[in-house]
Design a binder for this molecule. Structure first.
Ligand code: SAM
Length: 185
C-alpha cells in the first residue's frame, strides 16, 4: 500500500488558539500502529520536536518490538514495527522517499473545512492510480496550524455527521478515514 500516516505534535493549536506542542499520548502510539497494520500501511510516523518526548516513544517502541512486550504479544509487535519516531515532518518525508524511492504527496486533515477539500472518493482513486506514495497527516490538540496545512498538496474533506458535535479523537478520526479510503466496499 503506497500510503503512510503521520501524527504531528507541532505546530498545534491549543484551546486558546495559540500554537505550540502537545505531548505524546501512549494510546495514540498503540492504536494508530494497530490501525496502520490493519490497513496494510507501510509506516506510521510519530513526530515530535522535543528529544525527551522522542526518547519516551523510543522506550515504549523498544519494549513492544524488542523487549518483553514483543514476546508477550507478537501481534502488537507486528503493529509497533511500523512505528517510526522522528523530529520533523521533513524527516518523515525523507524516510518515505528513501523507503519508496519517490517523494510523497502530502494530505492534511482537520475537523474543520479549512480549505477546498479533496474528497474521500477522489483520494481513494488517487491511491490506486498514483505511483508516488501518499503521506496522510493527522494532528493533535486542537488541530494543526493552518499555515502548516497550507504547505501540503491536499486537504482532505473533514468527517461530518448530522450532529453538531465534532470532537473526535485522532484515533477515531484516523480509523474512520482509513476505512473510507481503504475499507472493503
Ligand atoms: N478540534 C480539533 C480539530 O478541529 O481538528 C480536533 C483535533 S483532534 C483531537 C486531532 C486530529 O484528529 C485532527 O488534527 C485531525 O487530524 C483529526 N480529526 C479530528 N476530527 C476530525 C474530523 N471531523 N475530520 C477529519 N479529521 C479529524
Amino acid at each position: 500500500m503506497n500510503l503512510a500516516i503521520a501524527l504531528v505534535h507541532y505546530p498545534i493549536y491549543n484551546r486558546k488558539g495559540e500554537v505550540g506542542c502537545t505531548n505524546v499520548t501512549n494510546f495514540d502510539l498503540h492504536d494508530l500502529a494497530r490501525l496502520a497494520r490493519t490497513y496494510g500501511l507501510h509506516h506510521y510516523y510519530v513526530i515530535h520536536p522535543y528529544q525527551s518526548q522522542r526518547d519516551m516513544v523510543t522506550r515504549i517502541h523498544q519494549y513492544w518490538t524488542e523487549g518483553l512486550g514483543s514476546k508477550l504479544n507478537p501481534d502488537r509487535k507486528e503493529a509497533m514495527d511500523l512505528l517510526v519516531v522522528l523530529a520533523s515532518l521533513g524527516e518523515a518525508i525523507q524516510h518515505v522517499t528513501n523507503s519508496y524511492g519517490r517523494a510523497p504527496w502530502l494530505v492534511y486533515t482537520d475537523a474543520r473545512s479549512l480549505f477546498p477539500p479533496l474528497t474521500f472518493q477522489r483520494l481513494r482513486r488517487m491511491l490506486k492510480t498514483r505511483k508516488a506514495p501518499c503521506l496522510l497527516i493527522f494532528g493533535s490538540g486542537w488541530g494543526i496550524q493552518r499555515e502548516e496545512i497550507r504547505r501540503g498538496n491536499y486537504f482532505l474533506q473533514p468527517i461530518v455527521t448530522s450532529s453538531n458535535y465534532n470532537h473526535l479523537s485522532v484515533r477515531s478520526a484516523a480509523s474512520i478515514i482509513l476505512d473510507r479510503l481503504l475499507g472493503e466496499r
